[in-house]
Design a protein around this ligand. Structure first.
Ligand SMILES: [Mn+2]
Length: 315
């Protein structure tokens, strides 16, 4: 059921024990939004757990409450309400189905299918953290340095540090206020972009797989099983997305046997449409999907579909 922003509070007020979760492969918006909501709900005197069905990168450990995040281990979970942030149901892994409680879903992905018990989606918002900023303001929450840091990190990472097309004047205004409340942009961006020497070596090796295709209108990074441990896929795709003359950048990564993750970026095409052809979704300029094929096969399929899509778009 779709609900209004103004209705969210009544579902929160009706529960004392709330479980927060977000998508697998958690990013800055997923973690920043969960932890901001964690602090606000704690401040209301509620019992709150944050459970993620995946590894959470430790670059987010500058956020207060990071140590409270639990990695889901397959057990049944207890709560009166689940708040799913920054993802539609199913994208959070096994968490929602492990709790016998209604799911309140707050998101900004245009591809959200509204399948949660209560869904509020704001597609114009740059980040779920931006939706939470407006929500907390409406609720009269006093903005602490901790909450501001969580929200700022969510917005900064989802806008590519204010460089993507989803960044709006309202986004900058909200962030100015978060900075006034104590969020430290320089410290947050340094922490989020922190890398080990080995990670930079892996990035260099990943760049080595770069290929032009679709008559030079697309660029791809193709990470086979030997890149299994590499988490910095966003950094890699950001390095190639601005190559002159490119309409689309894709990154394919082997995850498990018969499962490859694809990320897509474009300044000119709606890649969420292309991602939907593979059962995925996302935003106009940044989207992703999972291909249930072996790596070599997935690579061929991806290149063929991207080439065909580009041809259709240009004819
Ligand atoms: Mn987001």
């Amino acid at each position: 059921m779709q609900i209004e922003r103004g209705d969210i509070r009544k579902y929160i007020d009706g529960a004392d024990n709330i479980l927060l979760t977000s998508h697998v492969h958690p990013d800055g918006d997923a973690i920043g939004s969960c932890l901001a909501m964690y602090h606000v709900l704690k401040g209301m005197g509620k019992e709150v757990q944050v459970v993620i069905d995946d590894h959470v990168p430790d670059i987010y450990d500058i956020l207060p409450g990071f140590g409270e995040i639990q990695r889901y281990a397959g057990q049944p979970l207890e709560a009166e309400l689940v708040v799913l942030l920054d993802a539609r149901p199913g994208r959070e892994g096994r968490v929602c189905s492990a709790v016998s409680a209604p799911v309140l879903n707050i998101d900004h992905h245009v591809s959200n299918d509204g399948s949660a018990d209560y869904t509020y989606v704001e597609p114009e918002a740059s980040a779920t953290a931006e939706v939470l900023c407006l929500l907390f303001k409406a609720w009269g929450i006093g903005m602490t340095e901790g909450i501001a840091s969580c929200l700022y990190l969510g917005i900064a990472t989802d806008t590519g540090f204010f460089a993507f097309q989803n960044n709006r004047p309202e986004t900058m205004e909200l962030c100015a206020n978060l900075m006034r409340a104590g969020a430290n942009p320089a410290r947050i961006s340094a922490a989020v972009q922190k890398k080990t020497f080995h990670e930079v070596e892996e990035l260099a090796r990943g760049l080595g797989t770069m290929e032009l295709f679709a008559e030079g209108r697309a660029v791809g990074i193709f990470l086979d099983e030997s890149f299994k441990g590499l988490e910095l896929t966003d950094d890699l795709i950001d390095m190639v997305r601005h190559i002159d003359g490119i309409a689309i950048a894709v990154l394919l990564k082997a995850e498990e046997e018969k499962s490859c993750r694809v990320r897509m970026r474009s300044e000119v095409l709606d890649v969420s449409e292309l991602a939907r052809k593979f059962g995925g979704g996302g935003h106009r300029e940044a989207a992703g999907a999972t291909l249930r094929d072996g790596f070599a096969e997935a690579k061929e399929i991806l290149k063929k579909e991207v080439s065909r899509y580009l041809l259709d778009m240009m004819s």
